[in-house]
Design a binder for this molecule. Structure first.
Ligand SMILES: [Fe+2]
Length: 372
């Protein structure tokens, strides 16, 4: 078998450790005008960046950033005329920050750059400070913006979206509630697992994926129990980062495709949507990738040589045991909605085509029903 070639983009500089958010300012050097992209909550971390010069904070980023919020962030950048953009937040914030840094002083619009390799350039420096451990957005070159008109995500991917600096400071995640910690940790693991069992899997990415899902197996329950367990929080931030590395060259598969309609139509947070879907897709894919699935199961403490049913049960118990409400009906879905979700998920070919086992619309519907 020939192995596919691979290209990996990672931030120019990565700083990991407790308290390291304070290093952004000295890295920024003589930046005169900085635009910080944040949420109303993460805006509270801005002082800890110790930024020089004038600092403008755009803190209106919601859980699922859409085109209108992106446009508002671009407007804020044009008023600020920044020489540095800093994202402080989870995936939603970091995705907007990377696009704003590239496009605020460009003639290109969001629709001009949708898809791979269409961003012409970026002249503004970009620092990405993660405040959750889930998306791994700080590691990568992809940005997802919701198009409410079409009910789907615009995916932009370009080497010009890579950070000059990424910071993984576990102290910024101490205040995440246990349920958010659990769901986002499972999302990070899903990035690793879906890349690991992917049709486009690559041996180098496989090893990033292994580091990621092993860290989740070791630390997620600890961080859910004690939010200020620095070692566990740092382990999860690394897992998230490794997941972000997996997303670039390999990407996710059916799990994320099935989770997306739960975000765009049912408005579930991304991590939660993925946590609900994760056990079902892991079990569905087991016959196509038995050895790799066994590796995941072992790393997460599910045991060895599991039947498909026992695997589903163990993965479900793992997520539920972390406090995730795993039932779609408990989150407000109704049975007649499920067919629309299934059709939408099945149509996300950029991810579905990566899945190691083909899924029909009825297979997807079966997963939603099982999760109902
Ligand atoms: Fe995800």
């Amino acid at each position: 078998m020939t192995i596919a070639t691979i290209t990996i983009h990672q931030p120019r500089r990565l700083i990991v450790g407790a308290g390291t958010i304070g290093e952004v300012g000295s890295w920024a050097g003589d930046a005169a005008r900085t635009l910080v992209v944040a949420t109303p909550f993460t805006a509270g971390f801005v002082d800890r960046l110790r930024l020089p010069g004038s600092v403008t904070v755009f803190d209106a980023i919601p859980g699922e950033p859409d085109i209108a919020i992106f446009d508002a962030a671009i407007e804020a950048a044009r008023r600020t005329n920044p020489d540095l953009v800093v994202g402080v937040g989870g995936g939603s914030v970091l995705d907007v920050a990377k696009l704003v840094a590239a496009l605020w002083n460009s003639d290109q619009t969001l629709s001009d750059v949708a898809g791979p390799n269409r961003v012409a350039d970026r002249s503004t420096r970009l620092a990405q400070v993660a405040t959750t451990a889930g998306t791994g957005s700080e590691a990568g070159i992809r940005s997802l913006i919701t198009d409410p008109g079409k009910g789907n995500k615009i995916a932009v991917e370009s080497p010009h979206l890579i950070a000059d600096l990424a910071v993984l400071d576990p102290e910024l995640t101490f205040s995440l509630p246990p349920a958010v910690t659990a769901a986002t940790g499972i999302d990070a693991m899903a990035h690793c697992v879906e890349a690991f069992t992917n049709r486009r899997a690559h041996p180098m990415i496989d090893d990033f994926a292994r580091m990621g899902f092993r860290l989740v197996g070791r630390y997620l329950a600890r961080a859910v129990r004690d939010g200020s367990d620095t070692e566990a929080r740092e382990g999860l931030m690394l897992a998230s980062y490794y997941g972000g590395v997996c997303l670039g060259p390999v990407n996710t598969a059916a799990g994320h495709a099935i989770a997306y309609p739960l975000g765009t139509l049912l408005h579930l947070p991304h991590g939660l949507a993925n946590a609900i879907v994760f056990p079902h897709v892991l079990a569905f894919n087991q016959p196509a990738v038995p050895a790799k699935t066994a590796e995941v199961a072992e790393a997460l403490g599910f045991g060895q040589e599991l039947s498909q049913r026992d695997l589903l049960g163990a993965a479900h118990a793992f997520c539920a045991g972390l406090g995730v409400e795993m039932s779609l009906s408990a989150h407000g879905a109704t049975e007649p909605d499920l067919r629309r979700y299934a059709e939408d998920a099945h149509a996300i070919r950029r991810l579905m085509d990566n899945n190691p086992r083909d899924m029909s619309v009825d297979d997807v519907l079966g997963i939603y029903k099982a999760a109902f």
